[in-house]
Write a protein that binds this ligand. Structure first.
Ligand code: HEC
Ligand code: HEC
Length: 319
């Protein structure tokens, strides 16, 4: 029980004794108490200045009017301010000019990574190289269905693309398919196969893949004489493409090869300019009210498509 007489240091005790050990009643250290009071004060000040107390649909606002979204927007505005001069300049430049200007090229490439990641990587893979089994074209090899020149790439993105190889399972005998598979394999190895070539011509493959079987850009047909495959160089896979084609609605096993359209408006504009040049007319004379209805879909802006075309062009395959 309480026994201050035996307390050698004359510290008052609490009167509690456990197993002969007495609980003294020392005051808390000053520094400790001060920190305790200070932290209480900080809580009060924070409470007054910042949003703190949750209400039913909201919270108290605080005197500073700080919000997370406001801070984010301020940071974003700083980033945009840095980007704005580049973005404005890009909007005015042609893709050829961008390619020739190292500073703008660096900016376009740097700022396209996220754009590509968000819109393209799901099919074409991060950095433009999808897994082969995914069935999407690799954009980093030097092999193009529709062409690797900057304007061709831009057109692929703006307009979208879709493969046109028909299914041949009802048009060819098994022996003919075997011979054509062998012809494709031989062609990719640089081996001549004259019986195969005759059949290739007779069955109309030549109309799309060309007399040299190297593919025709305007048709987006694959080059059959190299070792870079749109799908795969396995004989089974080659046979599958010949039998079932691509995007052939009449064949359940057909391959799907659809590239979405990103700006119908830009595709219409690019095509109109290309036709005018082909016909020896001045593109400045084009009557855009005639060409454009105003309802053309735009999933990406013109500047974004230019940036992406430049980005894809520098993957290593650009021509
Ligand atoms: C839904 C999947 C998908 C998405 C998303 C997609 N693509 Fe494609 N892309 C394809 C397919 C499939 C083809 C090949 C079409 C064909 O086989 O005829 C293709 C073809 C292309 C080509 C032409 C390649 C060649 O060899 O000529 C380019 C360039 C291209 N895509 C760039 C892009 C860019 C840039 C984006 C993002 C804005 C994008 N793609 C988004 C599926 C996609
Ligand atoms: C109407 C045009 C057309 C005809 C006819 C055609 N092809 Fe194709 N072929 C294509 C296109 C376009 C592609 C590219 C598929 C795509 O868009 O991804 C292709 C792809 C292929 C491929 C895949 C190559 C690869 O790299 O993976 C093979 C093999 C092939 N064709 C063989 C043939 C043979 C053999 C014939 C004749 C029996 C033939 N094609 C007839 C348009 C055609």
């Amino acid at each position: 029980m309480a026994d201050s007489k035996n307390n050698s240091n004359q510290v008052p005790d609490t009167g509690h004794v456990w197993d002969g050990i007495r609980e003294l009643d020392n005051p808390c250290p000053r520094w400790w108490l001060n920190s305790l009071y200070l932290s209480g004060l900080i809580v009060v000040v924070y409470f007054i200045l910042y949003p703190s107390l949750p209400l039913v649909n909201d919270s108290t606002k605080g005197l500073l009017g700080w919000t997370q979204i406001k801070e984010f927007k301020e940071d974003l505005a700083k980033v945009e301010a840095v980007r704005a001069p580049f973005e404005n300049k890009l909007a005015e430049m042609s893709v050829e000019d961008i390619l020739a200007n190292q500073e703008m090229l660096n900016y376009a490439i740097g700022s396209s990574k996220v754009l590509f990641g968000e819109n393209c990587a799901a099919c074409h893979g991060t950095g433009g190289a999808p897994a082969e089994s995914a069935g999407y074209p690799n954009l980093t090899d030097d092999d193009w269905l529709f062409g690797g020149e900057i304007n061709e790439i831009m057109m692929s993105i703006a307009k979208g693309r879709s493969g046109t190889m028909p299914a041949h399972q009802n048009l060819l005998t098994t022996e003919e398919v075997d011979l054509l598979v062998q012809f494709v394999v031989d062609s990719s190895n640089g081996v001549e196969n004259s019986a195969g070539l005759a059949l290739y011509n007779a069955k109309g493959c030549v109309a799309c893949h060309g007399a040299d079987a190297k593919g025709v850009k305007a048709m987006g047909s694959a080059n059959l004489t190299d070792k870079i495959w749109r799908f795969s160089g396995d004989e089974d896979q080659i046979r599958h493409t010949i039998l079932h084609g691509v995007n052939d609605a009449s064949d359940k096993e057909t391959r799907v090869a659809l590239m979405p359209q990103w700006s119908e408006k830009m595709a219409v504009i690019m095509e109109a300019i290309a036709y005018a040049i082909e016909d020896d007319e001045d593109p400045n004379d084009i009557d855009w009210d005639d060409e454009l209805t105003g309802d053309e879909a735009e999933r990406l802006t013109e500047t974004e498509i230019k940036k992406l075309a430049v980005y894809v062009h520098q993957f290593g395959g650009g021509q």
